[in-house]
Design a binder for this molecule. Structure first.
Ligand code: HAM
Length: 421
């Protein structure tokens, strides 16, 4: 039997309903905060990701699904959405007129990481990007949106961690400090970190290797070397989060795994997922639009790890799985034909229906009806059909009544107290 690819997975019925619920809540959140949806391709030219995410990152160095297409062009399955949205913003001149654009997209991303719980090679993200707003207040609003989404999904135990990565003016000073610090620690660093401590020392800060983590506990904090502008912005973020009563932690090790960030960066972390504790991440990336050939405009955004979020939502199954309104149990060939006609008519009216096509015993059909979670069951046998009637059973109370077939759809509509969608 051919199995699916390692690190890839199927989202099966039962779980999909939860995913749909999360998608609906996310779409509603984005509407509430003035975001428009954008849909972008799954593949882009490799260069787009290499230039935006950074050549020295894990993603570009070792995780991208990159291959030449049949024309010989190097293309990559997107490891994230930000680069593509920036490309679309520039390519379609979405900055013309009003450069302020708030965009969201939901879809699959691909990274060839080592699979484990909460880490997949195809995973899904809920992405938000804001262009043209320099004020740090929008960064706070993005964090507020995440906190709101999580609370609407009954996620407890999700805390924003924030840091600032400075700007091209102040970051070199911090890099120099960090490089000096790392030079004294080379004996305890992993080979990746030794290599990176010269080319891209910030990356060393979020290495997960225990000996590296330990060596870095005393590392300098970038927040102490920010220039006045970056420092002021980061202060605003902290004070505004306080004013909004959003608890958060400042985390000097939070450098994110992508190179485009500037100033405020953040992650929403949870204890509920073991090693994969980041359920969302994001931050400001003011230089990227220009670096990719667009105008010099600020930008900021986030991505939620959909798979991880689905693991920790606190909803009950009945909150999102829709049981049929009516299950039809039909006994005998004539009755099955009748039941089929009713089920078609009721379904067309927007009533959720299910029926048994098997002509099995009433007992076996009732078992299925019960499993389906339907609130009412229509039972029809030869005798009822002769009398131009059906039996309606309320599965909660077990009460049964016989109702005439004439005007059945209207009667059923009156019976179910669900608002039609
Ligand atoms: P990221 O931190 O690489 O940021 O990914 C965001 C979230 O996607 C992570 O916090 C995690 O929940 C989820 N995620 C990442 N990799 C995996 C994986 N292999 N399996 C399951 N979930 C995963 C970005 O991608 C940026 N583009 C976010 C952003 C948007 N920054 C600004 N705008």
């Amino acid at each position: 039997m051919i199995q699916l690819i390692r690190g890839f997975r199927d989202i099966l019925p039962g779980e999909v309903e939860l995913w749909q619920q999360i998608e609906q809540k996310a779409a509603k959140l984005f509407k509430d905060f003035g975001f428009a949806e954008i849909r972008i391709p799954i593949m882009e030219r490799t260069e787009l990701f290499a230039r935006s995410i950074g050549e020295d990152t894990d993603i570009v160095e070792k995780e991208m699904y990159t291959f030449p297409d049949r024309g010989g062009e190097l293309i990559t399955l997107r490891p994230e959405a930000t680069a593509s949205i920036v490309r679309a913003y520039i390519q379609h001149k979405l900055y013309a007129g009003d450069p302020v654009k708030k965009l969201y997209t939901i879809g699959p991303m691909f990274r060839r990481e080592r699979p484990q719980k909460g880490r997949y090679r195809q995973f899904y993200q809920i992405n938000a990007e804001v262009f043209g707003i320099a004020s740090p207040l929008i960064d706070v609003q993005l964090i507020l949106m995440l906190v709101t989404l999580f609370s609407r999904l009954s996620v407890t135990d999700a805390v924003p961690h924030i840091n600032s990565l400075g700007c091209p003016q102040c970051r070199p000073q911090f890099k120099a400090l960090l490089t000096d610090f790392l030079a004294a620690k080379t004996d305890n660093l992993c080979p990746d970190c030794i290599r990176r401590s010269e080319r891209n020392p910030l990356r060393v800060l979020d290495c997960k290797v225990p000996s590296c983590r330990e060596s870095l506990s005393e590392a300098p904090s970038i927040v102490d070397t920010l220039c006045p502008d970056c420092s002021r912005d980061f202060d605003t973020v902290r004070k505004t989060l306080d004013r909004l009563s959003i608890p958060f932690q400042v985390d000097k090790r939070l450098v994110r795994g992508l190179d485009y960030y500037t100033r405020t960066t953040f992650e929403i972390q949870t204890g509920a997922l073991g090693a994969q504790n980041a359920v969302a991440g994001g931050g400001r990336y003011d230089g990227l639009v220009k670096a990719l050939g667009g105008p010099d405009l600020p930008a900021t955004g986030f991505a939620v790890g959909f798979d991880r979020l689905a693991e920790i939502v606190g909803l009950d199954k009945q909150d999102y799985v829709a049981a049929p309104d009516i299950f039809i149990a039909a006994l005998g060939e004539q009755c099955i034909i009748k039941a089929f006609e009713w089920s078609c008519a009721l379904g067309r009216e927007g009533i959720r229906i299910d029926m048994d096509f098997s002509d099995k015993s009433l007992k076996s059909q009732m078992k299925r009806a019960d499993r389906s979670g339907a609130r009412h069951v229509l039972i029809v046998g030869e005798k009822e059909l002769e009398q131009q009637a059906v039996i309606v059973r309320d599965m909660n109370t077990s009460a049964q009544q016989k109702i005439p077939i004439a005007g059945l759809t209207e009667k059923i509509k009156a019976l179910i107290d669900r608002k039609q969608d």
